[in-house]
Design a protein around this ligand. Structure first.
Ligand code: NOJ
Ligand code: CA
Length: 518
């Protein structure tokens, strides 16, 4: 693969805890992931992005990192991680890992040192009294008091103390962490909360110092070659967002406008145009993201009256027509795969999993739930362990039992709905009309005909999105209420059946021009 493989890549997000459990303790791990690598190869992805796999007390699903240079024992060992990287590379799959530079864990060596000795506190934000009245992004105050009376800042949970990026130790530490993993073959980093590192009296979002950090990180990545830095940058202001993607900073950043966009033609067209207008002048490829481990699953979201996503108002429990949502999620998948740039697939999206909204409160683990006093259900509903096979839970999430002891394996860490029997990877593999096969076909065609490049809008009705790509392939999505005409040519893939040659509502088709060979 080329040095710029990331420009048009299809990247699969693995939430390790919920992907596959190799040792039967009910929690996904590296052994489970390694046993399912051929599934990802067959799906047709170019890269895997893993959520944090580091030692962690799991106060925030691993985003509370206790040691940036090792693997959480529940997930496996450093040797297993190295074997996984090598096996993925054998299959021509790149490996991207999360790095969490904004905050650490109260169980990290530095924080424990800071607690034991006041002179070692400058790597974090300790104060005699809170400097401000900031609230934690998960709810509740952003300051917590320690036994000797001082307070420390945490933008997220109290178990996630924020680093002080005015301290040079922090800069050195993270450059070294990048090298540690690049040396072990990792192809890139997804940078958590990338815009929040610096703090001042004015706030913490997008302060200038952050760009010097990423310029330095880019130098480190460039020393290795072919590596990618991906920012988690939630900024409504496109001009500020684009600054992270200048040629000497990050390579790409997540497109949260597209992810949050309602299933409405004008809104989608606006977001696509805005995205292209932001990225094209700086030469950075856009990214197209429909879901991740923090947001409501698209099948559920697109079946609601309000199809937008907002963190604050997750619309949990709002009525959803799941059949409609499923149809739209299929159409959205082909739209996202056809747009120029890279595309992300969050595990389970390719199975059409809905959000699990009826988890019992006592099994919820997301700190968002507890810290909102139970008013925000949090993100557990999109993190339920994957259904692989069989007729009932645990749906092959654990190892195939070879002994009586293994047959007594622990239940998955979050309960799976019985109704998922129709959605297992096994049930879908042999069904040509399944979501899984739509993703497989889409990703296979995408490899040759789509990815990096440019888009040209085709004339269409206002509630239809129609464009062609450099290969000549046309992508048409009908967001209206009546069937829409398709351009001449051969339909190579569609998200649902056509209606007498026309494109029904909530459907996407890919059309190759007449005479084209592909
Ligand atoms: C963004 C991550 O995606 C989310 O899961 C996490 O809770 C916060 N950053 C804090 O690390
Ligand atoms: Ca396990």
């Amino acid at each position: 693969m080329s040095q710029t493989w990331w420009r048009g890549a299809a990247i699969y997000q693995v939430y390790l805890r919920s992907f596959a459990d190799g040792n039967g303790d009910g929690i996904g791990d590296l052994a489970g992931l390694r046993s399912r690598l051929t599934y990802l190869k067959d799906l047709g992805v170019d890269a895997i992005w893993l959520n944090p796999w580091y030692p962690s007390p799991m106060a925030d699903g691993g985003y509370d990192v206790a040691d940036y240079r090792d693997i959480e024992p529940v997930f496996g060992t450093l040797e297993e991680a190295e074997a996984f990287i090598a096996e993925a590379h054998e299959l021509d799959i790149k490996v991207i890992i999360d790095v969490v530079p904004n905050h650490s864990s109260t169980e990290s060596a530095w924080f424990k040192e800071a607690l034991a000795d006041r002179r070692a506190r400058d790597r974090f934000w300790f104060r005699d009294e809170p400097d401000n009245d900031w609230r934690s992004i998960f709810g509740g105050p952003a300051w917590t008091q320690v036994a000797d009376g001082q307070w420390y800042l945490h933008l997220f949970a109290p178990e996630q103390p924020d680093f002080n990026w005015d301290n040079p130790d922090v800069h050195r530490e993270f450059e070294d962490v990048l090298r540690f993993w690049f040396d072990r073959g990792v192809d890139g980093f997804r940078i958590d909360s990338a815009a929040l590192l610096f703090k001042s009296a004015d706030g913490y979002e997008d302060l200038d110092g952050v760009h010097d950090v990423y310029r330095r990180w880019r130098e480190v990545a460039d020393e290795y070659g072919g590596r990618v830095l991906i920012g988690e940058v939630w900024l409504p202001d496109q001009e500020r967002f684009a600054r992270y993607l200048r040629p000497d900073e990050l390579h790409t950043a997540f497109n949260f406008d597209f992810l949050s966009c309602p299933w409405e033609p004008a809104a989608l067209r606006r977001v696509i145009d805005l995205t292209l207008a932001t990225h094209t002048p700086i030469g950075a490829p856009p990214t197209w993201v429909l879901s991740n481990h923090d947001v409501t699953r698209p099948v559920t979201r697109y079946g609601r009256a309000d199809t937008a996503f907002e963190h604050g108002g997750r619309l949990h429990g709002a009525p959803s027509d799941l059949e409609l949502g499923y149809r739209r999620a299929r159409a959205a998948a082909l739209l996202a795969m056809a747009l120029p740039g890279s595309v992300y697939v969050y595990q389970g999206e390719e199975l059409g999993l809905p959000e699990v909204e009826d988890l019992p409160d006592e099994v919820r683990q997301d700190p968002m739930y507890a810290r909102s006093g139970g008013t925000n259900p949090g993100r557990d509903g999109c993190r339920v362990p994957l259904p692989w096979s069989g007729d009932g839970p645990p749906f092959g999430f654990g190892p195939v039992p070879r002994t009586d002891a293994e047959a007594g394996a622990a239940a998955p860490w979050l309960p799976q709905p019985e109704s998922w029997r129709k959605l297992t990877a096994e049930a879908q593999a042999g069904d040509l009309g399944s979501m899984l096969n739509l993703y497989r076909s889409g990703l296979a065609l995408r490899r040759d005909l789509l990815g990096d490049g440019t888009l040209t809008w085709l004339p269409s009705a206002a509630d239809v999105l129609a464009f062609t790509r450099d290969s000549g392939l046309a992508c048409v999505t009908n967001l209206g209420r009546t069937p829409a005409p398709l351009p001449p040519g051969r339909v190579v893939l569609s998200s649902g059946p056509l209606d007498e040659g026309e494109l029904p509502p909530d459907t996407t088709a890919w059309v190759l021009p007449p005479g084209s060979e592909a």
